[in-house]
Design a protein around this ligand. Structure first.
Ligand code: S3P
Length: 172
């Protein structure tokens, strides 16, 4: 059974949707950010600030390799996983890539109070940073074969939309 891989920008709901989708399908759920934190014993924030983004990306790629070697999972990826073409290649081998999207303002409302996303906090405006990163990453997220706008639906509705798509294609 193919893995179901959720991709998309920070704050599009990958973890929340993924957890519920996995429960609905009776599958194991894996969150690549949580795996990186478990393996390294550090938070994402600590890895970025102490070791740097390059180190984070290499830990993330190791987690992706392990996940892609398994099957029957629902996987929530970190928002930057698809920036590495090798990650995409591995995940596509045995998985279906589902994209979650949301408007920048919706993302902003969801992420503004959480201080756990180092790429969004620096000098300057968070909303502007979100827009800038979304534009820079548009091509990377376009690898999804099916996309849902999570700003328009509840989590349960998003889950049902994804399941309908997967059933139509005989994937679940
Ligand atoms: C990142 C997204 C984060 C996390 C890290 C980098 C990104 O995951 O992996 O802060 O580059 O978009 P979420 O998408 O789960 O917030």
């Amino acid at each position: 059974m193919k893995n179901i891989i959720l991709i998309g920008f920070m704050g599009t709901g990958k973890s929340a949707v993924g957890r519920r989708l996995a429960a609905r399908l009776g599958r194991e759920f894996v969150d690549t950010d949580e795996e990186v934190e478990r393996v390294t014993g550090k938070t994402i924030f600590q890895i970025f600030t102490r070791d740097g983004e390059i180190r984070f990306r290499s830990e993330e790629a190791l987690v992706v390799k392990k996940v892609a070697a398994r099957e029957n999972l629902v996987v929530a990826t970190g928002g930057g996983v698809v920036l590495n073409p090798e990650n995409v290649r591995l995940l596509q081998q045995n998985g279906v890539l589902i994209g979650l999207v949301a408007d920048p303002e919706v993302i902003y409302q969801r992420v503004k109070r959480k201080r756990n996303r180092p790429l969004l906090y620096g000098p300057g405006d968070i909303l502007a940073r979100i827009k800038e990163l979304l534009a820079a990453r548009a091509d990377a997220y376009a690898v999804a074969e099916f996309t849902v706008d999570t700003g328009r639906y509840t989590i349960d509705e998003v889950v049902e939309i994804i399941i309908t798509y997967l059933k139509e294609r005989g994937i679940v």
